[in-house]
Design a protein around this ligand. Structure first.
Ligand SMILES: [Zn+2]
Length: 499
């Protein structure tokens, strides 16, 4: 789209925004009471640990000491008087519980949308995403993630489409808009794997992007202007599997490495940049009720925080926001044993694990028909935990296709049952296997950090980022009442979204 097309659309949208009910505008005005800002940022780093309930950083701190002899960067930052702490309220236009696309769209457009939509209102109005607005101000754009690069959270900053599931279309929308892309999702660019056979990799190359597919390229010296980094066909593997599989370790960069390299490239931009860094698989591990996978991915995210904090210390004209888009299954370490004295030991057990549930399922698949003995063996090999014969019996039944015992219906499946059984040993239990409505933790550092103190609706982040960078722009909005009539026509999304 040319700049003149964009500004015409903006004008139309600004008109539509004025139609939003007066009550809503009033409430927003009060939510926008301006804190004193010491300095305007030239660049913004926005970090998202996707699906991170408050119990996750709470457990990650002692777990990090147990598993690797040092604490977390986030915990240190929270104790730093320089850092500002706040909360986001995260509801979407159709639910108190958001999915990742509605949450990222709220940050990325300032509007609430239906779950499953990427910067599109229920009436089909396409919203202008943050990346487009920032580009017009001369800023470079980067997206870095451990999911497919076309997944909901990165998409919410740079794409507009009615359904997050059309990742092949989101892949087209980044072209010429996002300068640095690093993550998984090769299949949405590869002509062999796209249903329309379109060669997006060649199109990106023609537009000046360098294709990266190996960890050594991220760690090397070459720093092209534009990078399309596709390091896995789907999502990048869980950190726990990544670091325990030599071939994966060789091939796939860590989130911290991708973040560091993206910053090296983007920081050459004279007018600054916008970079989103997502630890996307924290959410997936929470959906799977997999404590070891969850905590190791949170630590990988924490390593990326260290990179970002170091950058902000060296470039004080940068704003760093670290947060999550929603809670997920709300894990926590429970009181275990007499006087809760077993709880610490329980968390220590998670540090023995060598793989995620994916590794357990792989072992079971290799072993043929899952008998209780084979289940006990596979669980022990991967987690170091010896479950009882009775527990193994139930897991073996579910793994061979028998209906799972059902009390909490959300848990009546293999991962749900595994999570329940392992909670007897690691003390980490889960509410369900889906997102929650919890407020999310926000930590801000650097220029303009004051804007993120206290609690605010997540969509306010968009307005505040723009105000801080001196850009005047507003997308149209819809109230939940106005949106109700579109609910029946909303595209159906899967019950549990891998978001
Ligand atoms: Zn999710």
């Amino acid at each position: 789209m040319t700049p003149s097309e964009l500004s015409r659309r903006e004008l139309l949208q600004a008109g539509a925004a004025a139609l939003v009910s007066g009550g809503l505008l009033l409430r927003e005005a009060s939510a926008q009471a301006r804190p004193r800002v010491s300095r305007a940022p030239k660049s913004i780093i926005f970090m998202v640990s996707d699906g991170m309930s408050m119990g996750v950083p709470t457990m990650a701190e002692p777990f990090s000491h147990m598993a690797r002899g040092k604490g977390t960067q986030w915990f240190r930052l929270l104790q730093d008087p320089e850092a500002v702490v706040g909360l986001f309220e995260t509801s979407s236009l159709d639910s108190l519980v958001t999915d990742s696309s509605a949450a990222s769209s709220a940050w990325g457009s300032g509007s609430r949308v239906f779950n499953g939509a990427v910067n599109v209102l229920p009436d089909g109005t396409k919203l202008t995403p943050l990346a487009h607005v920032m580009r017009r101000a001369g800023k470079k754009i980067g997206l870095v993630t451990t999911t497919t690069i076309t997944h909901a959270t990165p998409a919410g900053f740079a794409a507009s489409h009615r359904s997050r599931d059309d990742e092949h279309i989101i892949a087209e929308q980044y072209l010429g808009v996002v300068d640095v892309l690093m993550g998984g999702g090769r299949r949405f660019f590869d002509p062999e794997q796209r249903s329309d056979k379109r060669d997006l990799i060649a199109e990106y190359r023609r537009k000046g992007y360098t294709l990266w597919e190996k960890r050594e390229q991220v760690r090397g010296r070459e720093r092209p202007e534009k990078v399309l980094g596709l390091f896995y066909n789907g999502h990048v593997p869980y950190t726990i599997d990544h670091q325990n599989t030599p071939q994966l370790w060789e091939q796939v960069p860590t989130l911290a490495e991708m973040a560091r390299t993206a910053l090296e490239i983007l920081s050459r931009s004279p007018k600054g940049f916008l970079l989103q860094i997502e630890g996307g698989r924290v959410d997936h591990a929470a959906h799977s009720n997999d404590a070891a996978a969850l905590l190791w991915d949170q630590l990988a995210f924490d390593d990326a925080i260290a990179v970002a904090v170091d950058f902000v210390r060296r470039h004080p004209d940068t704003l760093l926001v670290i947060t999550s888009d929603h809670g997920n299954s709300n894990p926590g370490l429970n009181g275990m044993g007499e006087e809760y004295r077993d709880s610490t030991k329980c968390l220590e057990r998670i540090a023995q694990a060598k793989g995620s549930y994916v590794a357990i399922q792989d072992l079971l698949k290799k072993a043929g028909t899952p008998t209780p003995d084979k289940v006990r063996e596979a669980v022990h090999e991967v987690t170091g935990i010896e479950i009882t014969r009775e527990e193994a019996d139930i897991i073996a039944g579910v793994a061979s296709g028998k209906p799972a015992p059902t009390l909490n219906r959300a848990h009546a499946n293999l991962a749900g049952i595994l999570g329940e059984v392992l909670s007897n040993y690691n003390g980490v239990a889960w509410t369900m296997m889906s997102h929650t409505s919890d407020w999310t933790l926000v930590t801000a550092l650097g220029a303009g950090k004051e804007m993120f103190a206290g609690i605010q609706p997540h969509k306010e982040a968009f307005h505040r980022m723009l105000r801080l960078t001196g850009i005047s722009f507003r997308n149209p909005e819809m109230t939940p009442e106005q949106a109700k009539r579109y609910l029946a026509r909303a595209p159906r999304v899967r019950a549990v979204h891998w978001v």
